[in-house]
Design a protein around this ligand. Sequence first.
Ligand SMILES: N[C@@H](CCC(=O)N[C@@H](CS)C(=O)NCC(=O)O)C(=O)O
Length: 245
Amino acid sequence: MSSPPYNALTLYTAGTPNGLKPALVLEELDLKYDVKPINIMNNDQKQDWFLAINPNGRIPALKDGDLRVFESGAIMLYLTDMYDRDKKFTYEYGTALYYEMMSWLMFQMGGIGPMQGQANHFRAFAPVYSAYGIKRYLDETKRLYGVLEIRLSKADWLAGDKYTVADMANYSWVRAGPPFLDIDIAEFPGVERWLKRIEERPAVQRARKVPDTGRSEEEMIKMVQGAKERVDSLKGTGKDEPSKI
Ligand SMILES: N[C@@H](CCC(=O)N[C@@H](CS)C(=O)NCC(=O)O)C(=O)O
């Protein structure tokens, strides 16, 4: 069998922070790819055909011919390793800047993603109102934004002097902080400037429409607001957190 790349890319994704990450790379590199929208509310991602692509049963996943890649960070690295020959959005493997970029990418994968994901769950999707759960994960998410702020208050990009997959991965989550968690991004002025810089990129605007859900950004924000109100309405109904854990 020949080695990758195979120039036969299919992205399995949904309109979520992790789902956005590969589209950001694909659009910046102007690659040709098919999109298979996955309805995570219907549990498409738990079906056998999908588990054969991603045994973890989550989006996103990527196929390049018969080769599969899962975990959003691995997908981003696959795409830059294989298709970013000029190193526009990554650094040369083995250099100091490569490991700096990798550090910020892993910071997102192991920190902001899981912590903010839990904060979103408690704030907008939980079957109970848990003040403890909301506070625990919101505080940790804000602490992690503070770590980004230390870097972005004095630099335009997370690693070195260019926009890389590390910025793309962190951006995908940080942009969701205000609508989901009412985080006031002005408390993190360097992060706020960096978000604006990223949002101006035409490739970012295209990626945000992948997959095409037929819903505008305003409609999505309204849905999130409704979800938060549902959780709030559980306060004091006996569906708030148990007194003993
Ligand atoms: N570490 C994984 C996380 C993937 C993940 O949590 N995806 C969510 C959407 S953002 C998902 O598929 N949720 C549906 C489920 O858990 O079944 C990655 O970065 O790819």
